[in-house]
Design a protein around this ligand. Structure first.
Ligand SMILES: [Zn+2]
Length: 168
């Protein structure tokens, strides 16, 4: 066995790039946020949630496990096609947004990471929208330019006349 082979056997094998599994972290974030919300609004304490919140959380966790986006899914608060159904999604988003301030105080790192993930989704959406509406925007821009030119022209002629006066 040559030296090269020995070195190769010692070196760690190159790993395939792994898809990051976002689900455990997101579940943890949602569970904590539900805790904050339920303690405040339904008078529960510790790890306990009231029956209603427990049921809602259970439904959500089951749906997250079946998310069609898989483990690289966008966070549920930003998802365009949430699987929870309309009413549950409304309730879920209400809980997530109304408790975000409290979450920031009690779990700052987790909340900030969650926010950043949300921003990433927003950015991806913006980029996609940019591409799809480029032509539309161009047309809008033309109209805007016309309008601003129409607005500017009387003013600019005035300022020109002023500057002429100054020169004199
Ligand atoms: Zn509750």
């Amino acid at each position: 066995m040559g030296i090269l082979d020995k070195i190769k056997s010692i070196l760690p094998k190159r790993k395939e790039p792994e898809l990051k599994n976002n689900i455990p972290k997101e579940k943890e974030n949602i569970r904590k946020t539900f805790g904050v919300y339920c303690h405040k609004n339904h008078g529960t304490e510790g790890d306990k949630l009231c029956p209603k919140c427990t049921a809602l959380l259970t439904t959500i966790f089951i749906k997250i496990g079946r998310c069609p986006y898989g483990i690289g899914k966008p966070i549920c608060d930003k998802c365009e096609t949430p699987c929870f159904g309309e009413d549950t999604t409304k309730e879920f988003r209400n809980i997530m947004s109304s408790s975000s301030k409290k979450m920031l105080l009690s779990h700052p790192m987790m909340t900030i990471k969650h926010k950043l993930q949300g921003l990433g989704v927003d950015y991806a959406k913006q980029e996609r929208d940019k591409k799809s509406t480029d032509k539309q925007k161009e047309a809008e821009q033309k109209v805007k330019n016309k309008l601003t030119n129409a607005m500017k022209s009387p003013k600019s002629s005035k300022s020109k006349s002023k500057s002429k006066r100054k020169k004199k």
